[in-house]
Design a protein around this ligand. Structure first.
Ligand code: ISJ
Length: 420
């Protein structure tokens, strides 16, 4: 479905600087939170001034076009001109063109933001064709105490551990046969959120446990991702590629050894090389200079080590962050290489719809600047409370089914512990 055909409302947007905002999470809706946060900074959204929905092969292109039009029609007062001030939409896109889950851009009625010691509130009002607000103004969200603690278990869903080992084995034979170099295979865990459960508790756990990750909540997709798909800020572009993983060691020495063994593992370095190449290849046509480090570094997370590479460049063609997610998705870190074959193998070996898992999640501003992460370490919560969490691992020629299964277990940890 394309949004471009329908009449878009004119948005009136006003950003005001405020003195201080302590915590973002207590301001959120307990069942429908809208959040983008890292290191305690970011944006909380309330209400929906506009919801745009996209699906299919053209979901990114349609979103780019529609967002340009929304931004063109908007009347924006933004004295701050900082990332996240003025008009913004939070977004989450489905991984696959054939996903049954909708991709969406949500413009909140109120955005409360904090960044580098600057605090702001943005009010966004949608007007009818005759210039009348479509809804009465939303009251300013106030911090509310979190609801009671709750615990729930996430258990294997459609892919049981044995099924996962079997599909890794199948993928390894396909790779050995020369069909492809790498494929990322995921499995799912499922659970149910009790009606009274306050999702702000889960978000607090994620944000406190993984402060260096992007903690997000967009349209029921919540998680903490370490992987920046792309960030566009006033003509500069950056990305963080992750691929290659090892568990943290039990003590300092074992942990150091784990990091060294990851940094020198030819299997992980191979896996990583494919991921970096796919990002460079996608960004190069849109950038003047694009720099990546020659050797990946080891990124320490509370649950594991990743091989990481940062890419930085200067935009050459005025692309927006939405244009770039369209160009980048899916990277080899979440699909494989070559992309088309990897996607076909995923379709064949994964029995479920990934939904927004491994798709882009983030925000875009009126000028197209924005920040997008790869939706990892996350779960989708349906309206009825059903929870589905996903985690995957890059399979290459040397992959061992049991080790890949353990890797997915480690990757589930943030979301399993935040609910458990
Ligand atoms: C697929 C996931 O993670 C991706 C795969 C990685 C790997 O295979 O080493 C590492 C980081 C992510 O790019 C996931 O977390 O589900």
């Amino acid at each position: 479905m394309s949004e471009t055909s329908r009449t878009l409302p004119r948005l009136v947007v006003e950003t005001t600087r405020v003195d201080d905002i302590r915590l973002l999470v207590p301001l959120l809706d307990s069942r429908h939170p809208l959040l983008w946060m890292r290191k305690g900074e970011g944006m909380a959204g309330a209400g929906e001034a506009l919801r745009l929905e996209f699906s299919g092969e053209n979901r990114f292109v349609d979103a780019c076009e529609t967002w340009r039009e929304v931004a063109r029609l908007a009347r924006v007062t933004d004295p701050l001109q900082a990332p996240g001030t003025g008009l913004v939409a939070f977004g989450a896109f489905a991984f696959s063109a054939t996903s049954g889950l909708i991709s969406t851009l949500i413009v909140p009625e109120i955005v409360i933001g904090k960044r580098a010691g600057v605090y702001w509130i943005t009010r966004i009002t949608a007007l009818s064709e005759s210039g009348v607000p479509l809804a009465p103004p939303l009251p300013m969200p106030a911090a509310r105490p979190l609801g009671a603690e709750y615990r729930l278990s996430l258990l294997p869903g459609q892919v049981k551990p044995d099924d996962y080992r079997a599909s890794v084995e199948a993928a390894v034979s396909r790779i050995a046969a020369g069909e492809l170099n790498k494929v990322v295979l995921a499995r799912d865990l499922v659970g149910h959120l009790p009606a009274e459960a306050d999702l702000r508790r889960t978000l607090t756990d994620l944000a406190l446990g993984y402060p260096d990750c992007w903690t997000f909540a967009v349209d029921g997709l919540i998680g903490s991702s370490p992987e920046t798909l792309v960030r566009v800020d006033h003509g500069t572009v950056s990305a963080r590629v992750l691929a290659g993983t090892i568990s943290r060691g039990r003590d300092a020495e074992a942990d150091h050894d784990a990091a060294i063994s990851l940094a020198t593992s030819s299997k992980d370095l191979d896996e990583h090389r494919f991921a970096v190449a796919s990002v460079v290849q996608s960004l190069q046509p849109h950038t003047r200079t694009l720099i990546t480090s020659e050797i990946p570094f080891t990124l320490k997370l509370p649950n594991l080590w990743h091989l990481a590479s940062d890419a930085e460049g200067i935009l050459s063609d005025g692309s927006t962050s939405l244009d770039l997610i369209a160009a980048l998705h899916p990277t080899a870190a979440v699909a494989g290489a070559p992309t088309a074959t990897a996607l076909a193998v995923i379709d064949e070996l994964e029995p479920f719809d990934r939904g927004r898992y491994a798709g882009p999640v983030g925000w875009v501003g009126a000028d197209g600047d924005g920040e997008w992460a790869v939706a990892l370490r996350c779960a989708q919560i349906a309206e009825n409370g059903d929870i589905t969490a996903y985690a995957g691992a890059g399979i290459v020629a040397e992959s061992d089914p049991e080790r890949e299964l353990i890797e997915t277990k480690m990757k589930f940890r943030p979301i399993v512990e935040a609910f458990g």
